[in-house]
Design a protein around this ligand. Structure first.
Ligand code: IPD
Ligand code: CA
Length: 268
């Protein structure tokens, strides 16, 4: 507790403020025209000038407000924590959407305790801001997941089948395997979406706009904030094959999570 507020709630408020500010900057830069800065792991994996500028803003704001906290971001180097809290940040999740002018992009900010390994950290607070859609999703550990002032809850299963979402990595050599996975889960699905921002996909599972989501090869900053949104909305998020180069993330309400995980674990 700090004053009469749990520390998780204060971190949630800070994450929300910074995500809102960072989202506004991303949106402004998008309106002014996007400049490609570089390609990363493959030709399809791009970073824009705005990704870097937005991460710099988030990092500067966090350093000013919480000196000593650790940092793990997509575009800049990691910093060790001296307080036990680490911020896990994706300045623009959905960069390809951003570059093409598709509004499904987000700023994703999470505070975690216990280091920068997703297998051992405990999520404390999260904010996912989709500035071009005008939505801000937040959560704190034990305090629920929220879209503005609306408390979120995952869906329960319906006989029509699940509305699922997934994503594909940037490496073309992995596409065949990912498509085989899609074929495997389709018997559970009423339909499938590929939105282009993992953080928004997870926020939508939390909000009941999607029933479930799965994807291989995510980085920690893609799912850190979204994971807390899902669990605080009553859902489950798990990872498996965590020692492989492309671990699988599965998120859904408890019953669907179990059925999806069973199916995905049987992958060859
Ligand atoms: C990507 C998005 C996308 C997912 C990729 C991620 P980026 O993040 O979340 O939906 O399918 O796996 O890398 O590169 O836009 O920050
Ligand atoms: Ca990302």
């Amino acid at each position: 507790m700090i004053g009469d507020q749990p520390v998780e709630v204060l971190l949630q408020e800070l994450a929300a403020d910074i995500a809102r500010e960072a989202g506004a900057l991303a949106r402004e830069r998008r309106a002014a025209g996007v400049a490609l800065a570089a390609t990363k792991s493959t030709l399809a994996d791009i970073v824009t000038e705005a990704d870097r500028e937005v991460e710099d803003l988030i990092r500067a704001r966090l350093t000013a407000e919480r000196p000593g906290d650790g940092f793990l971001g997509e575009e800049s180097g990691a910093a060790q924590s001296t307080t036990g809290v680490t911020w896990v940040v994706d300045p623009i999740d959905g960069t390809v959407n951003y570059a093409y002018g598709i509004p499904m992009y987000s700023v994703s900010i999470a505070a975690v305790e216990g280091g920068s390994d997703p297998d051992t950290w405990q999520p404390l607070a999260a904010a996912v801001c989709a500035p071009a859609i005008g939505e801000l999703f937040t959560a704190s550990h034990g305090g629920g997941a929220w879209l503005g002032d609306r408390r979120l809850a995952v869906t329960t299963e319906t006989p029509a089948g699940a509305l699922l979402a997934t994503g594909f990595g940037y490496d073309p050599s992995t596409h065949d395997g990912d498509l085989a996975t899609v074929r495997r889960v389709m018997p559970l699905a009423r339909d499938l979406r590929r939105g282009g921002s993992a953080a928004i996909d997870l926020a939508y599972v939390a909000a009941g706009r999607l029933d479930g989501y799965f994807e291989r090869g995510l980085n920690p900053w893609d799912f850190a904030a979204g994971a807390l949104l899902v669990t605080e909305a009553g859902g489950r998020l798990s990872r498996f094959d965590t020692t492989s180069s492309r671990p699988m993330v599965v998120a859904a309400g408890p019953a669907l999570h179990e059925r999806l995980s069973d199916l995905l674990h049987k992958e060859v």
